[in-house]
Design a protein around this ligand. Structure first.
Ligand SMILES: Nc1nc2c(c(=O)[nH]1)N[C@H]1C(S)=C(S)[C@@H](COP(=O)(O)O)O[C@H]1N2
Ligand SMILES: [Mo]
Length: 324
């Protein structure tokens, strides 16, 4: 995805993501080895100062999720927490781990508005107790052609939506992320219009795979991964998975979404993982699996990120080259 820095880059220039990736590779090669074997119990040490203080209360009790994807090696926690896209906290992959410590994750509420019987506000601790928390391992594919395998913790977004009483006129769901320019002063590095906005068609939001996500590796989400609550939509490119959600809005028309607004020819509303539809500036046929030895990183990208059985029917008859 392209990022225009507001200050140090001419408006005529763009910075291809590959440049960021290459730079990160270089830096990781120089300094990144040694921490990959850290276990989940070290999570608090790896993340923000706030999480470290909360070390005793970061564990989440989970049950195994039936919709888990098994068989692939999990991406080490060190990589999941230090290779992030969270532009509110800076545009480089290491910035969110450094800068997201000040995200105030308590108290936290999620407002539900728009086409619902009546607007509601959920406290994060009530949301955590709404349904048993499941551990679900999903592949996660960024539009920049890197991927991870992550043991998320949460429950199907559909369980939450049922509590919201949407009206029949609700055709889409929009997610808005927390935005406070004082806490997220790095947000001015990019030309994004804040708050970060994402959205799904109602059937996509109700698909059982779509996860309302509170944690990973058995603990609460690190701030840089979207604490205290985010969505994860495993068959879509990573940018559809909005972090640190404060508002869920049910709407009758396709909502504005951040990357589609930024560059509609590059980032569609649907953004289903599709190896047959390349990004205008790079191929989507393969991906680089973060955290594996260099020689093992390159993987074929799978249609719908490997989740065709569960999701392809939602797009039957749609031209996926047009609705990318
Ligand atoms: N609020 C917000 N949500 C966001 C982003 C962001 O910059 N801001 N980046 C998206 C992108 S491009 C990706 S790939 C994933 C990254 O999630 P991760 O850092 O937990 O891997 O978050 C998505 N959600
Ligand atoms: Mo992404």
């Amino acid at each position: 995805m392209l990022v225009r820095r507001t200050r140090d880059i001419l408006s005529s220039e763009i910075t291809p993501r590959e440049h960021f990736l290459n730079r990160r590779d270089f830096m990781r090669g120089a300094a990144g080895v040694g921490a990959a074997a850290l276990g989940a119990d070290r999570l608090a040490d790896l993340v923000s100062p706030h999480a470290a203080v909360l070390a005793d209360s970061t564990k989440l009790q989970t049950v195994p999720g039936k919709l888990t994807t098994t068989g692939e090696q999990l991406t080490p926690l060190e990589d999941i927490t230090h290779y992030n896209n969270f532009y509110e906290f800076g545009v480089d992959k290491g910035d969110p781990a450094r800068n997201a410590g000040g995200l105030p994750t308590r108290p936290w509420t999620v407002k539900v508005e728009g086409k619902v019987k009546k607007p509601l506000t959920f406290d994060i601790d009530a949301l955590l107790k709404l349904r048993p928390l499941e551990e679900r391992v999903y592949r996660f594919r960024c539009v920049e052609a890197w991927s991870m395998v992550i043991p998320w913790v949460g429950y199907s977004l559909s369980e939450f939506i049922q509590q919201c009483d949407p009206l029949p006129s609700a055709k889409y769901v929009q997610f808005l992320s927390y935005y406070n320019s004082k806490v997220e002063k790095w947000s001015s590095e990019s030309t994004i219009f804040w708050p970060y906005s994402e959205g799904l068609r109602m059937d996509e939001a109700m698909n059982p795979l779509t996860l309302l996500t509170f944690g990973m590796y058995g603990e609460v989400l690190p701030n840089q991964d979207g604490a205290p609550v985010r969505v994860v939509v495993p068959w879509k490119y990573g940018f559809k998975s909005a972090k640190s959600i404060v508002t869920v809005k049910f709407v009758d028309k396709q909502p504005n979404t951040t990357w589609n607004d930024m560059a509609p020819n590059e980032y569609g509303f649907y953004s289903n993982v599709n190896p047959q539809v390349d990004h205008p500036r790079w191929s989507q046929k393969t991906e680089r699996r973060i955290g594996l030895p260099f020689y093992a990183q390159r993987k074929e990208t799978l249609m719908f990120n490997g989740y065709s059985d569960q999701v392809a029917s939602m797009y039957a008859g749609m031209n996926l080259k047009k609705y990318y």
